[in-house]
Design a binder for this molecule. Structure first.
Ligand SMILES: O=C(CO)[C@@H](O)[C@H](O)COP(=O)(O)O
Length: 215
């Protein structure tokens, strides 16, 4: 099963409800929460994500690029997100956090930055619903896909397959019509795309276009 999750970081923030209406065929809406500490950019927090939750019936895939994930992440699960992704670099007790997210009914996902090695964190894999391999330095949309992350995606896929294949492997950053197949062939199954979707005249057609490339 593959999924295309458009990132609203590239949407018009002054018209978010209307923008959500332009992506009805999304598998989930990817929401980038940034705190200007963990990453050098600031987007939104719980009140805005709550408003997004109320403005759409699409599942929400929350990507937290924030410090103190252990404190803040459960709140996003509580408001009804389908999945909540925390960065392993921002959690002091990831195993407990995964349990907390699940106890609030959300899927638990963990992200790793490009410079973070995967192997030291693979012991958490069996408890996760999704692993996000960042394919750009987190913080901004519109960056180029880092081909040097392909081996990390493959390593993640192998580790997931060894466990029985229940954990999704998500990629985020620079995913577009040129790069999506490379990421898929390396082992990704869940694709976040910001500028490739919201930069298109018809965002929903852009989602369908990406899907067809994977078919
Ligand atoms: O998390 C991030 C950036 O840190 C992403 O979700 C971006 O929003 C992806 O944008 P594109 O690279 O697809 O334009």
């Amino acid at each position: 099963m593959t999924a295309i999750n458009p990132s609203i970081l590239s949407a018009d923030f002054a018209n978010l409800a209307a923008e959500l209406g332009r992506i009805p065929s999304s598998d989930a809406v990817h929401v980038d929460v940034m705190d200007n500490h963990f990453v050098p950019n600031l987007t939104m927090g719980l009140p805005v994500v709550k408003a997004i939750r109320e403005a759409t019936s699409l599942p929400l895939d929350i990507h937290l690029m924030i410090d103190e994930a252990d404190t803040w992440a459960p709140g996003y699960a509580e408001l009804g997100a389908e999945s909540v992704t925390f960065h392993v670099e921002a959690s002091q007790r990831p195993r407990q956090l995964i349990r907390d997210l699940k106890s609030h009914g959300a899927k638990a996902a963990m992200a790793i930055k490009p410079k973070t090695a995967l192997e030291p964190h693979l012991d958490l894999l069996s408890e996760l619903d999704m692993l996000l391999v960042m394919t750009v330095e987190p913080g901004f949309g519109g960056q180029a896909f880092m081909d040097e992350m392909l081996p990390k995606i493959t390593a993640a896929r192998r580790a997931v397959d060894d466990l029985g294949g229940e954990v999704a492997v998500q990629v985020d950053g620079g995913i577009n019509r040129e790069t999506i197949l490379r990421a898929a062939e390396a082992g990704a199954d869940t694709f976040v795309a910001g500028s490739a979707v919201f930069g298109a005249e018809d965002p929903d057609a852009a989602i369908e276009g990406l899907r067809q490339l994977l078919a």
